[in-house]
Design a protein around this ligand. Structure first.
Ligand code: AFP
Length: 334
């Protein structure tokens, strides 16, 4: 460990000091997410030994059968943020309705979360994640009206993800820069490992479920054909990387460049991924790192959520790669 290790807590305290102190509670919320991530790290690692793998039996609001770890993770996150007194309501992949937590004036934030992203990977010891975002409420001290509280994505104030892989990494943006903290198991702290991350403008990885190729629009299929067409001058063919966990695939693209795609298809005419707790939070991170996040036809962060589990197509990653995808979508018709 370097002598000058910077913990998540110290880094957040420094950011709060630089912002002049004040009542902004975002650092407290990010720190709380860090605590939830430590608990989830422990549970994910020992799940096979304590009977916590496999199905729980219930379906979530998106129609996916919940894993035991989905249910556990949702419980950990909801309890963590209920206790802060700062969160008015939570939208979670694992809960049908927006959950009202507090109507007090201090409860200024709305949390949108996918507690365990990529849960099909749990039983095979693959990478999984937690994706989160915080919106500041327009009105405080009044009880929440479910639809009215779904803020425009552009009004996000902080977002990030936790990736549970060979190590646990927490990546977040509070509106200034994208930093990553890696959990040091021995110290028990998230320590700064990647500061002010910049997403490369170009990259030669692409990430998509090619099994859905025949359900895509011809323009999307043309793009998928384009990236594997050999053209050494432009770095093609690109290499395919797809794990089934958005947080893991996104992390590669953020650090090494490339593009992650989940376009609309015959089964998912609006796209499969959920706007509030998958697309928008990652768009907020990637754009702050100089990348781009698009539906194929416009910025993800310009979308307004009309319902908690609204879906959206997503193309995210290096700015040039996503711009090329948008050109295919725009010029080839659909
Ligand atoms: P959940 O496990 O949270 O439902 O997330 C899975 C996911 O939304 C995203 O993480 C993956 O990239 C994508 O779906 C995988 O979908 P396919 O199985 O259709 O490729």
């Amino acid at each position: 460990m370097p002598d000058q290790a910077v913990s998540l807590g110290r880094s957040l305290a420094e950011k709060r000091r630089q912002a002049g102190g004040g009542a902004d509670e975002l650092p407290t919320l990010i720190l709380e997410m860090g605590l939830a991530a430590k608990i989830l790290t422990r549970e994910i690692r020992r799940a096979a030994l304590v009977g916590n793998l496999g199905l729980a039996g219930e379906q979530n609001p998106s129609g996916d059968t919940q894993k035991k770890l989905d249910v556990y993770s949702n419980g950990v996150v909801v309890r963590a943020f209920t206790d802060t007194g700062l969160v008015a309501a939570i939208v979670s992949e694992e809960m049908e309705e927006l959950r009202i937590i507090s109507c007090s004036p201090e409860a200024e934030y709305l949390l949108c979360v996918d507690p365990l992203d990529g849960s099909s990977n749990t039983d095979i010891n693959g990478a999984v994640g937690t994706i989160f975002s915080f919106y500041r409420r327009g009105v405080s001290g009044a009880c929440i009206d479910c639809e009215g509280e779904l803020r425009e994505s552009a009004e996000l104030v902080a977002a990030g993800y936790v990736l549970y892989g060979p190590s646990t990494v927490l990546v977040y943006n509070m509106g200034d820069a994208v930093d990553a903290f890696t959990l040091d198991d021995d110290v028990g702290e998230f320590l700064l490992s990647h500061e002010k991350i910049r997403c490369p403008d170009r990259g030669s990885y692409y990430s998509a479920n090619l099994g859905r190729y025949h359900g895509w629009d011809q323009n999307v299929r043309a793009y998928a054909d384009h990236v594997i067409e050999p053209d050494p001058a432009s770095g093609r063919p690109y290499s395919l990387r797809y794990s089934g966990a958005l947080a893991a695939d996104l992390h590669r693209v953020l650090l090494e460049g490339g593009i992650y795609l989940y376009p609309a298809d015959e089964d998912y005419p609006e796209g499969k991924l959920r706007l509030l707790y998958e697309c928008a939070p990652l768009a907020f991170v990637v754009e702050a790192a100089g990348g781009r996040a698009s539906t194929g036809r416009g910025r993800v962060l310009h979308l307004r959520a009309e319902s908690p589990h609204q879906r959206s197509p997503l193309a995210i990653g290096s700015s040039d790669e996503v711009a090329t995808f948008e050109r295919f979508v725009a010029t080839r018709g659909s």
